[in-house]
Design a protein around this ligand. Structure first.
Ligand SMILES: [Zn+2]
Length: 272
């Protein structure tokens, strides 16, 4: 009975974890990739890449959180001529082959090598799988950072830098050209609605006049925050549960010992 009781929280945690917490990709997804293509290059000349992986990642996160939910809602297909299309992010294929096994373990999806931190895996991609980094066709997502408010994303908690009207105008222009190329208003109602949405969500805030905030239309619902909160709660309640079980069992054992002692002492006092 006691063992069954102590197993309950383990089962609960296991069930919970299998439901949603680990968001790393399964190994099967990458099966065969390394076999079909030669992805390790040590002999060929490593090209210089003039595109920030980190900023591209931020730009992608913004697209994923603040644009794609609305594009999906409209069931609209972004053309690959649009700079926001995933084909135009040179790091996308590598980023999709990152396996976050646990806190201090990152694995390369191409060759299955493990690393202690994400930055070491990034270096590994740069050194060993750079054939995927083809920036010849302007596939640098980081170039769109001005329009997409990457700095705002990073510096949201730091002190704000002074607004530069020329930079704001430049970013506004870039932003509008993205809206025009990705959501051409002559391509139906969905495209028109998304064009309008894009201007409000991203472009309006490119101004030095106060009061305009980017992502005014909101973003993806953060279900992972919910999972995190629940898991923290479980982790906090788990020791308490075990303490209660421990105390309960100790009391039970005491009771048994007392019961055992009674007949013994009873026997001793018997006159022989
Ligand atoms: Zn690798």
């Amino acid at each position: 009975m006691g063992r069954a009781v102590t197993a309950i929280p383990f089962l609960l945690v296991a069930l919970f974890l299998s439901l949603g917490l680990p968001r790393c990709r399964s190994h099967q997804e990458f099966k065969g990739v390394a076999g079909t293509r030669t992805l390790l290059q040590e002999d060929t000349q490593k090209p210089e890449v003039h595109c920030s992986r980190e900023r591209s990642r931020i730009a992608w996160k913004i697209i994923e959180d603040y644009l794609m939910p609305f594009v999906e809602q409209e069931k609209y297909q972004i053309s690959n001529k649009c700079k926001l299309h995933h084909d135009n992010d040179m790091f996308r294929e590598q980023e999709q082959h990152k396996i976050h096994v646990e806190t201090n373990e990152w694995r390369c999806g191409f060759c299955k090598k493990s690393f202690r931190a994400e930055k070491f895996l990034d270096q590994h991609f740069d050194n060993r799988h750079y054939i995927l980094l083809n920036d010849s066709q302007g596939r640098c997502l980081a170039d769109l950072c001005g329009a997409l408010h990457c700095d705002q994303m990073v510096e949201s908690k730091r002190t704000k830098t002074k607004c530069n009207p020329a930079a704001a105008a430049r970013n506004h222009h870039l932003c509008e050209s993205l809206a025009n190329s990705c959501f051409p208003t002559n391509q139906g109602h969905s495209a028109s609605r998304l064009h309008e949405f894009f201007l409000r969500q991203f472009c309006d805030a490119h101004t030095c006049s106060a009061g305009k905030q980017p992502f005014s239309r909101g973003g993806k619902k953060q279900s992972s925050v919910f999972y995190l909160a629940v898991s923290i709660l479980i982790m906090m309640l788990l020791p308490l549960f075990y303490l209660i079980v421990y105390l309960y069992q100790r009391e039970m054992n005491k009771g048994i010992q007392v019961l055992k002692r009674i007949p013994k002492t009873g026997r001793k006092t018997k006159p022989s």
